[in-house]
Design a binder for this molecule. Structure first.
Ligand code: SAH
Ligand code: HSM
Length: 322
């Protein structure tokens, strides 16, 4: 009898498909699924990212690192060559890239630079180009614009420049958006000269992000991209492979006070950025929303300062050897 029962179910499903059509079934499935990842709505992602930058010390702590620690790292690259090959993967609007290029110039004032920019967003590339056109003293740099993802670039590079080596590659807050961060690190590391360096910045495993993601991994990190990766994960990979690297921790904060005011527009965008879910406060089931909000203000993730809720946005920097 079980086979007759299976047959009946199969016929029933086929008759529904014939009745309402596959596209509509797909549509019902999609709208009944509560979450869409923020990266599917790029304008909203951009808005929430820019708001996050305003509300956090993210770029400030990177700039401190670039001024205080990076120069010594850059001193050892280049092997005396007169042109350095530099590459930024996921450069955004280029603010941090240009800071690093300025430090490189201070360390190696007579060197010319070929700078490959890999960035899939038109908006970001446009902002980067505007920044370049309004920044003085960049004549020694040739910018190559690659409007593509890291994996598209990998294919493009293998066809166009197999064998060409790089002096300095950086990927700053980018590895969340690839499907296989370890493979991405391996590919870009393989492009380094023997004295080259690969710089990776991600949120630290010890940050509030790390706590949020370990607690709600199943609900929030259920996408094709790696999204919830921290430097802790990359360190585990590098240790397993026996790849040498140096690790720095950068202290950073994010003011998330508005996240706790129902209906506040700033709070809603910041919550979307924290959870990577479009309109999280509207779309998340009540128990998940409560769990996330409780954890966000818990001492594991945040501290209260003068009535503001300050989230731990500490970053990890990995300087990977070839
Ligand atoms: N590095 C910049 C921007 C970080 S935001 C900074 O720290 O300010 C992440 C950037 O990665 C965005 O500009 C986004 O467009 C880009 N990005 C998204 N998916 C990517 C992918 N698959 N490959 C390369 N870059 C990607
Ligand atoms: N959205 C992943 C965390 C992050 N991205 C922090 C930039 N800064």
């Amino acid at each position: 009898m079980p086979s007759r029962y299976a047959c009946f179910i199969a016929n029933f499903i086929v008759s529904i498909i014939i009745e309402i059509g596959l596209p509509r079934i797909t549509y019902y499935f999609l709208i009944s699924s509560p979450f869409r990842s923020l990266v599917e709505d790029y304008p909203r992602y951009l808005k929430s990212f820019e708001l996050f930058l305003e509300r956090s010390s993210e770029h400030q702590c990177m700039q401190d690192f670039i001024h205080n620690t990076l120069p010594d790292i850059l001193a050892s690259i280049g092997g005396g060559r007169s042109v350095f090959n530099v590459m930024g993967v996921g450069s955004g609007a280029g603010e941090i890239d240009l800071e690093m290029l300025a430090q490189l110039h201070l360390k190696h004032p007579h060197v010319k630079v070929d700078n490959e920019v890999v960035e899939p967003s038109n908006d970001m590339l446009h902002k980067y180009k505007v920044r370049v056109s309004t920044t003085p003293d960049l004549d020694h740099i040739n910018f190559e614009w690659n409007k593509m993802t890291a994996s598209e670039f990998e294919k493009h590079w293998q066809q166009k420049n197999p064998g060409e080596k790089m002096d300095f590659i950086h990927m700053i807050q980018m590895l969340y958006y690839v499907t296989d961060p370890e493979a991405t690190v391996s590919f870009f590391r393989s492009l380094l000269h023997k004295d080259g360096k690969l710089l990776i910045i991600l949120v630290s495993g010890e940050s509030g992000w790390g706590k949020l993601w370990t607690t709600f991994k199943k609900q929030l990190c259920n996408t094709e991209i790696s999204q919830c990766v921290t430097t802790g994960d990359i360190k585990t990979f590098l240790d397993t492979e026996g790849i040498p690297y140096r690790n720095y921790e950068l202290l950073s904060q994010m003011d998330i006070t508005e996240c706790f005011t129902e209906g506040d527009q700033v709070g809603e965008l910041l919550l979307d950025f924290l959870t990577e879910v479009i309109k999280f406060s509207k779309n998340a089931p009540e128990d998940l929303k409560k769990g996330v909000l409780d954890l966000l203000r818990h001492p594991d993730c945040s501290k209260e300062v003068n009535g503001r809720i300050i989230f731990n946005n500490n970053l990890g920097v990995l300087v990977v050897e070839p």
